[in-house]
Design a protein around this ligand. Structure first.
Ligand code: PRP
Length: 251
């Protein structure tokens, strides 16, 4: 994990064993460019910050306030695919033999695709890539909206099976701000018997990552970037605005 020391990210970041000191006025994108891809055990929760030119380009387009809705949606879908590759890196595979036109070759199958759980609404923006890459996977939905006065998650629906029997679960929510929504979803899934659980987001705030790590609910978070801080409205800064509204409007 890029471990954050100090309240507001200014200070020392740890990248996969190396230490980089972030100048106080550095741009978030500069910091991200310093890192390597990145899987470092940090207590009970790993955080992977996907450091890849295609992910960085897509994230830039999402951040850009002039990106129209259609392009925003398409770009989030592109980025979701890249994040999915990283989130699936440790999925168990099973070997079997396949026949090419020339002869036998070693192949693999994924015997137990994860349950994918988009957190409504914005999590839907990440969902298409998962069903394309893992067409046999099941999807369950959790609806939760953050009360903008109390910042508490307010659940309004869920279609999670009553018993998950240790199944691997992927929770999709592009924005991890305070972490309250992700924690709500992860708690519900734990209560229903989820096994290894990964949260996939586009942007995370250090405050949200710390909160999630303290809950001990998730094993792993995959994100395209860790931004600077939460602003006074608890929006991720500099962020990309309101992902749900940019994907689906304000109706
Ligand atoms: C936003 C966002 C996350 C949540 C993040 O959703 O999409 O779900 O807030 O905030 P948190 O980490 O502080 O809980 P919102 O409640 O606006 O609903 P929406 O997805 O329907 O837009």
């Amino acid at each position: 994990m890029r471990r954050v020391h100090g309240r507001n990210v200014r200070g020392t970041w740890r990248f996969a064993g190396a230490v980089a000191t972030r100048p106080p006025d550095a741009q978030v994108t500069t910091v991200i460019a310093l890192g390597r891809p990145i899987r470092e055990t940090a207590g009970p929760m790993d955080v992977t910050v996907v450091d890849h030119p295609l992910a960085a380009r897509a994230l830039t387009r999402l951040r850009d306030e002039s990106t129209d809705r259609a392009t925003f949606r398409q770009t989030m879908d592109e980025l979701a695919g890249i994040l999915a590759y990283e989130a699936c890196r440790t999925l168990p595979t099973e070997p079997f033999e396949v026949r090419t036109p020339l002869g036998p070759a070693p192949g693999v199958r994924i015997p137990a695709p994860p349950l994918v759980v988009p957190v409504l609404r914005a999590g839907l923006g990440l969902h298409g890539a998962w069903v394309r890459l893992l067409p046999d996977t099941d999807t369950a939905f959790i609806g939760v909206s953050r009360n903008e006065d109390t910042l508490q998650p307010e659940p309004y629906m869920n279609s999670v099976p009553a018993e998950l029997n240790g199944r691997t679960v992927i929770v999709l929510d592009p924005m991890l701000a305070t972490g309250g929504s992700m924690a709500h979803a992860a708690r519900l899934l734990r209560q229903r018997g989820a096994g290894p659980m990964t949260g996939v987001c586009v942007l995370a705030a250090p405050e949200g990552l710390r909160h999630l790590e303290e809950t001990g609910l998730l094993d792993h978070v995959v994100t395209a970037a860790v931004d600077d801080h939460l602003d006074e409205r608890a929006f991720i800064y500099p962020g990309l605005g309101d992902a749900g509204d940019r994907l689906f409007g304000t109706a």
